[in-house]
Design a protein around this ligand. Structure first.
Ligand SMILES: Cc1cc2nc3c(=O)[nH]c(=O)nc-3n(C[C@H](O)[C@H](O)[C@H](O)COP(=O)(O)OP(=O)(O)OC[C@H]3O[C@@H](n4cnc5c(N)ncnc54)[C@H](O)[C@@H]3O)c2cc1C
Length: 434
């Protein structure tokens, strides 16, 4: 049975969220617009404003909704989370106000899934409370899409692990209380058993931020938020291993799937806002004696955006439903993988096209910093790389489907009309007899 309705009690929560995000989170976007401000624990004014809002969210039972009850969250499931994330996607601050901001969400998930009770108490507790920020340190300067080239290593010495090597684009490292570091522990092992995950408190001696790499939208090229790091003989106690020795790849994979689908959910929200802006401008502005909305090419932009957004939203919701079915044991483990890949592939194009069209309809105002559109537009490529480049997902998806495809039995494809007609006539020789 397919049912697209939302229970009235949950709809009431969504309505509360919608109003709160528009009134409070979007206000924070205006008051504290600096890139990365959401994660800076030393930004006193922003933190002062943030805390009471987070308390309101907690009081509503809407805090950290990405985690299920078995992981310490309220556990609304992915379908409801999709509806919630659509609302949060409107605002840069909203995910932090609701305790669902990447990369902390994924980091909390793997701490909850693989952490020991002591690790959970020390690292997950304060992270879930929103008191600290964390960092995921996996990509290396020589390559991110191919983990086979990672060389940052950890060596066991007595009761300690010693980490040595470089990492690249470790987001929020400069704000983080701890880093989750993926390091090679057995260079000879097969790729999926070669690395282990470690929890490294940032006060540990030997962690050197070589540069904080900036992105488009940052103002200072030397003061971005994505660290190029060097781990110089960084010593951590043996019990800071997260999961098993050689299990780092599995831990990292568990983290990345959720992150990808949450980005897709929020993209729906951002594109909805861009579409609303596009339509407002279309019915407000005149050119050549007519409203923009009366020009057919503008109508095409609006119509294409409505259809593409709805298609993508349905894809995201179906993916969320499949994840919930897997969690409930009604579908086999791994059933959601290709669907998450589809979301990752689709989100970049949707984001680019809808935000790009909204920007076009606003002309020079659209490309200016007086509207959020140009900043959003620049941001879409970041999502193309974060959690793995789009091309890799396309390639994986195609290979998974091609594996199931069978070659044609003869020279011609199975859909070859003359061959099929001949077979049909062989079956019904008299069929064409007048
Ligand atoms: C905003 C942002 C935040 C990030 N945050 C983090 C973080 O917190 N922690 C972290 O560890 N990393 C982070 N990353 C890094 C991200 O994971 C990498 O950028 C990504 O994995 C790609 O690695 P790369 O940039 O080295 O590109 P490369 O691996 O050099 O790939 C470059 C390009 O080559 C092409 N390509 C690569 N592989 C294939 C393939 N198999 N088939 C076809 N084409 C291919 C793609 O076009 C790809 O974009 C972040 C990146 C961004 C943009």
């Amino acid at each position: 049975m397919i049912d697209f309705s939302v229970e009235p009690e949950f709809q009431a929560r969504l309505d509360w969220m919608d109003q709160f995000v528009r009134e409070e989170c979007e206000t924070m976007d205006l008051l504290f617009p600096e890139q990365g401000a959401q994660f800076d624990p030393n930004y006193t004014a922003a933190r002062r404003h943030l805390k009471p809002l987070q308390e309101q969210v907690k009081a509503q039972g809407l805090w950290a909704c990405h985690l299920g009850p078995h992981l310490g969250g309220p556990g609304y499931g992915q379908v409801r989370l999709a509806l919630m994330n659509e609302i949060l996607g409107r605002s840069g601050w909203a995910p932090v106000v609701f305790g669902t901001a990447a990369p902390d969400t994924g980091n909390a998930e793997i701490l909850a899934m693989f952490g020991t009770p002591a690790q959970k108490q020390r690292f997950l507790g304060p992270l879930m409370a929103g008191d600290i920020v964390s960092c995921f340190s996996m990509t290396e300067p020589q390559g991110g899409a191919d983990p086979g080239v990672f060389t940052c290593k950890a060596t066991r010495e007595g009761d300690e692990w010693v980490i040595e090597g470089e990492k690249w684009f470790s987001s929020n490292a400069k704000f983080a209380a701890f880093l989750l570091v993926l390091a090679v522990t057995d260079a000879e092992a097969p790729l999926t058993e070669r690395m282990s995950m470690f929890i490294v408190p940032t006060e540990t001696p030997g962690i050197e931020i070589l540069r904080n790499v900036a992105l488009i939208g940052d103002l200072d090229p030397e003061n971005g938020h994505h660290a190029h790091l060097r781990y110089n003989q960084v010593r951590i106690p043996a019990d800071h291993l997260l999961g098993e020795v050689g299990g780092g790849f599995r831990v990292a994979q568990a983290r990345l799937g959720g992150g990808r689908v949450h980005h897709a959910m929020r993209t729906v929200g951002l594109c909805n806002r861009a579409l609303a802006m596009m339509m407002e401008r279309a019915v407000s502005r005149e050119t050549r004696g007519r409203k923009l909305a009366d020009h057919q090419l503008v109508q095409a932009k609006v119509a294409d955006s409505i259809v593409e957004l709805e298609q993508f939203r349905l894809l995201v919701l179906k993916t969320a439903w499949i994840i919930d079915e897997v969690e409930a044991g009604r579908m086999p483990h791994g059933s959601a993988r290709n669907w998450i890949g589809m979301c990752k592939i689709g989100l970049v194009k949707l984001y680019h096209d809808v935000v790009g069209r909204a920007l076009e309809v606003h002309g020079s105002l659209g490309i200016s910093l007086d509207l959020p559109l140009s900043r959003w537009y620049a941001g879409h490529m970041a999502l193309a790389f974060a959690d793995g480049p789009t091309e890799v997902h396309k390639s994986q998806l195609a290979r998974a489907f091609l594996k199931k495809a069978k070659p044609a039995p003869g020279l011609f494809p199975t859909e070859h009309i003359p061959s099929r007609t001949a077979a049909a006539l062989a079956r019904y020789p008299d069929a064409r007899r007048p």
